[in-house]
Design a protein around this ligand. Structure first.
Ligand SMILES: C[S@@+](CC[C@H](N)C(=O)[O-])C[C@H]1O[C@@H](n2cnc3c(N)ncnc32)[C@H](O)[C@@H]1O
Length: 573
């Protein structure tokens, strides 16, 4: 099968899924195709959907969503009925009536027996390929426990036991490499908390993503410049050639080593200390519980005794408080409408994070939750939200059309896998968000499929600003400001940024421009203010640090080691 043919099959099955969203056969089929296409992350997500639906066959009362398939969907598995036949001979009359009403039939125990093995095998194999060993191990243990007896009855289950055992052996080797454990160690002695939970996925523009604009097209620049008129009247967006900082195939339309992107430029001279940009955004997130910040803009709440006291949620969400009536009204219109009344369930997701190392990653999850709420409230696809659509995603430019099918390379071998990916943050918790919002994650697949979530994560990781807690220094707030984030980085920046209720850029004075230092040499290269046509350059790290430390800090946001003039000079390159 050619890559393009596999892509077409993926498109066909996806359309079938939209019409038959609780059918685990189709998720398994699409997951296997994703695996062939090299998207192990998406394969894992589909395998997990299939598994969650299959659980309803053996535990119908414990599951909210039940595995069913359209009666006229193609026959799957040995016991599946032909169209028109009654699939539920042993079910009661009431069930049969329901089937006729909505044209679906429950997945039978026989179908379950055939599907569950391959589903576990795909899930564990895909998580291993992504480097998510902890969850792979836990599903492996569950799968092997469940399939033991079944393996004597169906060839599918027997093959799955063999496949799972191979994966468990691989995971054991990862465990041994991180501990002093001996090769004789039995699986049940593995402490899964030692295994890494976070792996990575491809950070690419999915070939089927129809939402990404041509960011360099004149109409895009015009649209962004129209938006800048109020936010930063002296600034303009222009295309700019930057050094390409990661190894993936560089921009095919640019010189080697160059990445043509967008940047902010001064349209006229700007005086030192002048504020040149003020932007507010409701695409924000905080991990503080029961906060004293505005739910919408994250500004501090006014005192209760203030002339204009805080405003509570009109729907009665007790912990959702706004700094003003205008933030309240904007929140209802922009993100709170769809989640009003669901506060209790939603509050429990992603906030109380025991390990401080995970806090930043969970803030991105909360930002994702806000984007889902915006999408549902405004009835707009999340990738078409104005805060999201035009922002940078740092996608690797992989020539997918010439990829070999089913090469099965792992995340470690593939340079484009720079998107942090975990079962919790990319699969489980987003599903919980949707369920707590009162949405069915299967029927809402066209809006909230995993590739959509991964694209949102890629965009947020390339552009969000963060704020640290004043008492433990950990990250506690983050936001996407879609115009502010168009400014590129320099270790000799000409602006400072500050973020309260709104984010601002202020032109640096001469005294605020850093002094470049190497060995005994020191020099100041720039004066304050910004001349017409100069690029506005922000700072993604603390520019008071030495070059090595600055490069380490900014590496994540830049996608590689900084090569700005100051870094190159200070590192003597
Ligand atoms: C927040 S965005 C900045 C705006 C972006 N250029 C755009 O087109 O929207 C961050 C990305 O810009 C690029 N970038 C910013 N400063 C850079 C620099 N000094 N050198 C190379 N790339 C830079 C990196 O690709 C980084 O991931």
């Amino acid at each position: 099968m050619q890559f393009s043919q596999a892509l077409q099959f993926r498109a066909d099955i996806t359309i079938q899924l939209y019409a038959d969203p609780h059918n685990p056969h189709l998720y398994l089929e699409r997951g296997l195709l994703y695996e062939k296409l090299g998207f192990s992350d998406l394969a894992a997500a589909d395998a997990y959907r299939a598994l969650s639906l299959l659980e309803s066959v053996v535990d119908p009362d414990g599951c909210e969503f039940h595995a069913r398939r359209n009666v006229d969907s193609p026959e799957k598995g040995p016991s599946a009925t032909t169209p028109g036949e009654d699939a539920t001979n042993d079910s009661d009359d009431e069930d049969e009536d329901e089937d006729k009403d909505d044209g679906t039939t429950p997945i039978t125990q026989e179908e379950y027996d055939v599907l569950v093995g391959p589903v576990y095998a795909l899930l564990v194999r895909s998580l291993v390929r992504c480097g998510c060993y902890r969850d792979a191990f836990e599903f492996g243990v569950r799968g092997l426990g469940l399939l033991g007896d079944l393996a004597r009855q169906t060839k599918e289950a027997a093959a799955a036991v063999t496949a799972l055992s191979e994966q468990m052996e691989h995971i054991k080797q990862v465990y041994i490499s991180r501990t002093d454990a001996s090769n004789q160690l039995p699986w049940n002695a593995i402490d899964s908390s030692v295994l890494p939970a976070q792996g990575s996925a491809r950070r690419v523009l999915y070939p089927w993503n129809q939402h990404e604009p041509d960011r360099r097209a004149p109409e895009t620049l015009q649209l962004l410049n129209d938006r800048l008129v109020d936010v930063a009247p002296k600034c303009e967006v222009r295309a700019v050639a930057l050094p390409a900082l990661h190894d993936a195939i560089p921009d095919s339309s640019a010189e080697p080593g160059v990445s043509v992107q967008l940047g902010l430029f001064a349209k006229e001279d700007i005086a030192p200390d002048e504020i040149i940009l003020r932007e507010s955004s409701l695409l924000t997130a905080t991990n503080r519980l029961h906060d004293d910040l505005c739910d919408a803009c994250n500004a501090p709440l006014p005192e209760l005794s203030a002339a204009e006291p805080p405003v509570g949620c009109e729907g009665g969400c007790a912990d959702t408080v706004f700094c003003s009536q205008s933030c309240h009204d904007a929140a209802q219109r922009i993100y709170h409408g769809a989640i009003c009344g669901f506060e209790d369930g939603l509050e429990s997701i992603g906030k109380d994070i025991p390990d401080p190392k995970d806090k930043a990653d969970y803030l991105y999850l909360l930002l994702l939750g806000r984007a889902l709420a915006m999408s549902a409230t405004q009835d707009v696809h999340a990738l078409d939200l104005p805060e999201v659509k035009y922002i940078w995603g740092d996608f690797h430019d992989v020539d997918l059309d010439h990829e070999e099918l089913g090469s099965g390379s792992s995340a470690e071998e593939d340079a484009s896998t720079s998107l942090p990916f975990s079962f919790q943050l990319n699969i489980l918790q987003p599903t919980r968000f949707l369920e707590e919002m009162g949405l069915d994650p299967y029927t809402t697949l066209p809006r909230y499929d995993t590739w959509v979530l991964n694209t949102l994560y890629a965009k947020f990781r390339g552009t969000a600003s963060g704020r640290l807690s004043t008492w433990d220094g950990g990250p506690e707030l983050c936001a996407v400001h879609p115009l502010w984030c168009l400014a590129n980085h320099s270790c000799d920046p000409n602006v400072r940024w500050e973020w309260g209720g709104e984010i601002t850029f202020r032109a640096r004075t001469t005294a605020e421009r850093p002094v470049w230092t190497r060995k005994d040499e020191r020099k100041q290269c720039h004066v304050g203010g910004i001349a017409k046509d100069q690029e506005i350059v922000n700072h993604y790290c603390d520019v008071g640090l030495p070059v090595k430390k600055r490069r380490e800090w900014a590496c994540g946001a830049l996608g590689g080691m900084c090569r700005c003039e100051r870094c190159v000079w200070e590192a003597e390159e």
